[in-house]
Design a binder for this molecule. Structure first.
Ligand code: ATP
Length: 231
């Protein structure tokens, strides 16, 4: 399997505190990986470095075979708390983010419309984002993350604030995206996402303490989630 991303020895310090401490892992193309860990484990910090929002203190990232600072357009990021600009319509917002992500201005509107349609927001595209429910907002967040067709999709706790129906909707959409996209999915607990993950990365206090396929981790621990919390 081809590697899309390799992170080598990534460390991020805030003053004396190491939020991320010497983390190394690879993501193969068209696989889905859960980055799992309790509050403060360093999940958001890792995603923010990959999304280009933070600069690492040490370590390197190779994306699609290159060590470069210029891979961001190949990455889509759904932050834990996206900002939607309540005065914009869903279409205006998605078109704007498409342009910011490098989509040709001539086709940005069309790509935004297609993306909103795919996410079940076609009928709501002319509505102001401030009127959206939590579930709709999360699908809109996904719209800005995928409108430029990234090869790597970073998702920061994408379903933790949603009710069971909203969770199921997002997970079904992610399953559709799985075949064409590499996914890195941060979460406190695997829960419903377990069914779609190929690889697990367990993070605790900034360190990668365990990694493997779902089967490998299952064989190692009766319940990997509880093992992590209580060991
Ligand atoms: P959560 O599940 O609560 O979102 P997380 O696993 O995403 O947690 P991070 O948000 O990456 O964890 O935080 C990792 C560590 O870095 C924590 O100890 C946090 O307090 C610290 N940290 C994060 N951002 C900053 C910052 N801007 N300044 C100082 N410390 C920070």
């Amino acid at each position: 399997m081809k590697t899309l991303l390799h992170m080598q020895g990534l460390t991020k310090e805030y003053g004396k505190e190491k939020a991320v401490d010497d983390v190394t892992f690879s993501l193969n193309k068209h696989t889905s990986t859960a980055l799992i860990g309790p509050n403060g484990a360093g999940k958001t910090t890792i995603l923010s470095v990959l999304a280009g929002l933070l600069k690492q203190t040490k370590g390197s990232i190779v994306f699609d075979g290159e060590i470069t600072e210029d891979f961001r357009k190949g990455i889509g990021f759904l932050p834990q708390y996206p900002k939607f600009y309540s005065w914009l319509t869903a279409l205006e917002y998605t078109e704007m983010t498409a342009k910011l992500s490098g989509v040709d201005v001539k086709i940005a509107r069309l790509e935004a419309e297609k993306t909103l349609e795919f996410l079940g927001l076609g009928d709501a595209k002319k509505k102001k984002t401030g009127t959206f429910s939590g579930g709709m907002k999360q699908r809109l967040g996904l719209a800005q993350a995928i409108v430029h067709k990234p090869s790597l999709l970073l998702l920061d706790e994408p379903v933790s604030a949603l009710d069971p129906i909203g969770r199921r909707e997002i997970l079904n959409l992610l399953k559709e995206l799985q075949a064409s996209t590499t996914i890195l999915y941060s979460t406190h607990i695997l829960n419903d996402a377990e069914e779609m993950m190929d690889q697990l990365l367990f993070l605790r206090k900034g360190k990668l303490v365990e990694q493997g396929s779902m089967r490998e981790v299952r064989e190692k621990y009766a319940n990997p989630v509880y093992k992590m919390y209580f060991s």
